[in-house]
Design a binder for this molecule. Structure first.
Ligand code: HAM
Length: 432
């Protein structure tokens, strides 16, 4: 019986692995040039980590189990709780602000669909230990730095920005209680995933009040901060949240990426721990799910038993990105076909020790080198060499040269050179 792969997971054959490596190498390169340091966590955490603060949606999607010691564990569905746990553990010895990145393999038991799987890779960048709005802007700047590095422009992607502070102040102005806010966020975050009528009906039912429901709908559809300011009237908390958003936008303009910015109060984010400015990057005009998302989460470290330390960050999966890069023709040209520096060809006329000695020396000197296990047919071996994209072939055969010489063939020009083995070896060592 053939056993299929597990639903929502992917097999990475070498061709898919090359794409994954291209994406992850870019994330790492951009993180480093923006001043982030890499960290990693275990793939297992205590289940309680997510039931405590991540919110109902993530909890419903957990792959969890009991270990032999009857402990409830989960495969990690996101990195932020692990980051908070790790930082709390060493809080006094870590210089702040902390700027860390990671690329974990995550697991969520979602319904597999375009851009959403059950196992995926997620780039995380986080800044912990500062409440400066410049850190909020820098997270978006770094995200956009990657998207531009990958070849995308403001014609392809848009950063939709909103604020949990603004939403909280607005919902409270409608007499929605503080305790009910997490449930409201989780529901409002589902708006783009439902037809408009269904969402309106769900909202009406939750609030059992048509007036408040229609005010919330109108708020979520307002397209500028000025309009929000006008429609909501005087309220200190709302004013503060708006001023923070304006300052954030100003900083992004100064950083030269303001053209990607769009204020969108429909962005709520599904996770429960966000406390300030939140954002998602979407493909322009597309039907795809969010490319990435993040925001400020000032209470998570404290909620996990640590000190009161502010934090901001974002998570960026590989699935939607790959679809988008492919759609825009930005992937294939970056995926290099595997290449060999040398393919060593030989027949039975030569002593094996010379052949393997040469292969070993080439490899030890850093040249990507391969050979065929079948040495009976020279022309077949040369064919394999060109299939494997070898730049040069070395032919060792008494039929074509004496026992102290080899032939070096340039596979692009077909040019051949007969060289004494010793001279070739000396040249090899000197070339490094
Ligand atoms: P999130 O919105 O749950 O946030 O996920 C962020 C991104 O991860 C999504 O926009 C998407 O690119 C990717 N993603 C999520 N679920 C899946 C899935 N099932 N399949 C493929 N890709 C997926 C978080 O995870 C936060 N912890 C991000 C964060 C870091 N906030 C602050 N720091």
């Amino acid at each position: 019986m053939k056993i299929p792969p597990v639903k929502g997971t992917r097999d990475f054959y070498p061709a898919e692995m090359a794409v994954r490596n291209y994406i992850i190498d870019g994330w790492k390169k951009v993180s480093i040039r923006n001043g982030f340091e890499e960290f990693d966590s275990p793939i297992l955490e205590h289940l309680q980590m997510y039931t405590q603060k991540s919110g109902a949606e993530i909890v419903e999607q957990l792959f969890s189990f009991k270990d032999r010691g009857d402990r409830d564990l989960a495969l990690i569905p996101e990195m932020t709780p692990s980051l908070a746990r790790m930082v709390n553990q060493k809080i006094n010895s870590l210089p702040k602000p902390i700027k860390w990145f990671s690329v974990p393999r995550l697991f969520r038991a979602e319904r597999p669909q375009k851009g959403r799987l059950r196992e995926f890779f997620q780039w995380n960048i986080d800044i912990i230990g500062t409440d400066s709005i410049a850190a909020d802007a820098e997270i978006i700047f770094t995200t956009l730095d990657y998207l531009q590095y990958a070849g995308l422009s403001e014609n392809d992607v848009v950063v939709k920005v909103s604020s949990r502070k603004l939403l909280a102040a607005f919902l409270k102005s409608l007499s929605i209680a503080e305790n009910d806010l997490p449930g409201m966020y989780a529901m409002l975050d589902k708006k783009p995933k439902m037809p408009a009528d269904t969402f309106a009906a769900v909202l009406n039912e939750k609030l059992s009040d048509k007036d408040r429901a229609s005010k919330i709908l109108a708020f979520m559809e307002t397209d500028s901060l000025e309009k929000i300011k006008k429609s909501l009237g005087v309220n200190q908390k709302i004013d503060d949240a708006i001023n923070e958003l304006l300052e954030h936008h100003r900083l992004l303009n100064e950083m030269g990426v303001g053209r990607f910015y769009k204020f969108d109060p429909g962005i709520v984010r599904g996770l429960a721990y966000y406390t300030g400015i939140v954002f998602e990057v979407h493909a322009v005009g597309g039907e795809l799910r969010a490319i990435c998302g993040g925001g400020r989460y000032d209470n998570l470290l404290k909620d996990f038993g640590g000190p009161d330390i502010p934090a901001v960050g974002m998570g960026f999966g590989d699935c939607v990105l790959e679809i988008l890069l492919r759609e825009k023709g930005l992937l294939d040209k970056h995926i290099k076909k595997p290449e060999l520096d040398y393919f060593v060809v030989s027949d039975k006329s030569f002593e094996e020790n010379i052949f393997f000695d040469l292969v070993a020396k080439l490899r030890r000197n850093g040249f990507i080198t391969d050979f065929s296990y079948k040495t009976d047919n020279l022309s077949k071996q040369l064919k394999t060499a060109s299939e494997k994209n070898a730049k040069k072939c070395i032919i060792i055969s008494k039929e074509y040269s004496d026992s102290k010489q080899i032939i070096v063939k340039d596979m692009a020009t077909g040019e051949q050179q007969t060289i004494p083995i010793d001279k070739f070896m000396d040249g090899l060592i000197n070339s490094k």
